[in-house]
Design a protein. Structure first.
Length: 155
């Protein structure tokens, strides 16, 4: 009887250690990609400047996606309004927006763009400040397995 209890406990410990090791050594983004597939991004024109006006990109099957940030100075540690306009009605209540710095790890900043009118989505959020300055950011607007990639700089 004691022997049976010992093996049950040993099996439970092995499973627990296996689960912990899996947690630390398996990349969750790889598992996500396995089920969802890769996202194909389409970049804005390199000459577009979000400090001056909105930027757009054409995405196959989805049409033109326009991205804008207000205020145009794009201040850090202040509330920003992120706005996306689509040329076609994509029939979604919200879109995903991921913003991250490219020249330093400032973390991933995820926002839900909520539908405010037929082809317009909006979110409010704050980006962190950096003592180095001159941060270059990527904003990814994700719609299914496609998305728009928009780049901007903060001071």
């Amino acid at each position: 009887m004691k022997n049976k209890k010992f093996f049950k406990l040993l099996l439970l410990e092995i499973l627990a250690v296996g689960a912990i090791l899996t947690y630390f050594f398996v990349d969750s983004s790889s598992i996500y990609k396995l089920f969802m597939g890769d996202t194909q991004f389409y970049a804005q024109s390199p000459s577009c400047d979000l400090h001056l006006n909105s930027c757009s990109t054409d995405i196959p099957k989805l049409g033109k996606i326009e991205f804008d940030i207000e205020p145009k100075t794009i201040p850090l540690m202040e509330t920003l309004t992120f706005r996306v306009k689509t040329s076609k009605d994509i029939n979604k209540k919200e879109l995903n927006l991921q913003i991250y710095a490219t020249n330093m790890n400032m973390g991933y900043h995820r926002f839900k763009l909520k539908k405010i009118s037929q082809n317009t989505y909006e979110a409010k959020g704050i980006l962190p400040t950096c003592t180095v300055g001159g941060m270059i950011w990527n904003a990814e607007v994700v719609i299914g397995n496609q998305g728009g990639l928009f780049t901007f700089q903060t001071r």
